[in-house]
Design a protein around this ligand. Structure first.
Ligand SMILES: [Zn+2]
Length: 289
């Protein structure tokens, strides 16, 4: 009897010891992981200081895909996707599928959320962040879609779209979204405009390398325009970038990104110094840019 009791105690002791050892090993693992990620982040910071981009963009342990019907919508209706090579097309589909899975879509005023709606909205976000490693824009949790212009309780105005950072909501009116999407070279694109606002806010609040480069490079554009009045006057007088851009800094950012995506050749020819900076903000090294 006494022998058994001793055995029982040693059994409990062994369990406690195993839990303690496991705890110590787990803490050691977290510590080593922290050291490794800090070293890797440091290496990437130095790399980005010179190259102005992350070391790598795409790394996926598991890749999602879209259905054949969804892929056909991309092929038929999204020119940026059509221009990618087959490897990048598979990355793009993975990102669109992940975006759709992670974000809630809600139709307002009886607007129906179809596959086409989800694909075109997700593809617009995916295009803008395709040069980013962290592409999900955490400050968007929900996408609300109205059939047409709507009255916003937040701004107390009639809007075509808006980004609400506090509620993590992006709002779009579908007729305006489609018009901006279909006419590819008029430098007006509601989807790009609102997602640019969301990416701007998200980047200010984030510490990954793309976000840092996005914000720092935009600040360089702002400084360039405030110190070089000749350039700013040229930009305003050219009417190449619509006057709404000069409302405030965040509209300047959204409008120059709309202009960059829709009219890259003219942008590069007329304002090469600003063009290069926008390309760097988005890390946009794709065909046509
Ligand atoms: Zn705006």
């Amino acid at each position: 009897m006494l022998f058994l009791e001793q055995n029982d105690f040693s059994f409990i002791g062994n369990i406690i010891l195993a839990i303690l050892l496991f705890g110590v090993a787990f803490l050691f693992f977290l510590f080593v992981r922290k050291i490794i990620t800090t070293i890797l982040d440091g290496i990437e910071m130095v790399y980005a200081l010179f190259r102005k981009r992350p070391i790598f963009i795409h790394f996926y342990v598991f890749k999602r895909n879209l259905s054949n019907e969804q892929t056909k919508i991309l092929e038929d209706e999204f020119a940026f996707y059509r221009r990618l090579d087959s490897k990048r097309k598979s990355y793009f589909r993975h990102r669109v599928a992940t975006f759709i899975k992670r974000k809630a879509f809600e139709g307002k005023k009886e607007f129906e959320i179809t596959d086409e709606v989800k694909i075109l909205v997700a593809a617009t976000a995916t295009m803008l962040t395709f040069g980013f490693r962290n592409y999900l824009i955490g400050y968007i949790k929900k996408i609300l879609i109205y059939p047409t212009e709507y009255y916003s309780r937040f701004s107390k105005t009639t809007n075509k779209g808006e980004f609400n950072a506090r509620l993590k909501i992006l709002v779009l009116s579908w007729d305006n979204f489609i018009e901006g999407h279909k006419i590819e070279d008029d430098k007006l694109n509601l989807g790009i405009h609102e997602f640019a606002h969301a990416i701007h806010f998200n980047s200010i609040k984030s510490e990954d390398i793309n976000s840092i480069l996005f914000v720092d490079t935009f600040n360089e554009i702002r400084d360039m325009l405030s110190s070089n009045t000749e350039l700013k006057t040229m930009l305003i007088n050219s009417e190449f970038i619509r006057s709404y851009a000069f409302t405030n800094d965040s509209e300047l950012l959204a409008v120059i990104i709309e202009t960059f995506i829709e009219s890259p050749r003219a942008f590069k020819m007329l304002f090469p110094d600003i063009y290069v900076k926008v390309k760097q903000m988005l890390n946009f090294n794709f065909a046509g840019y």
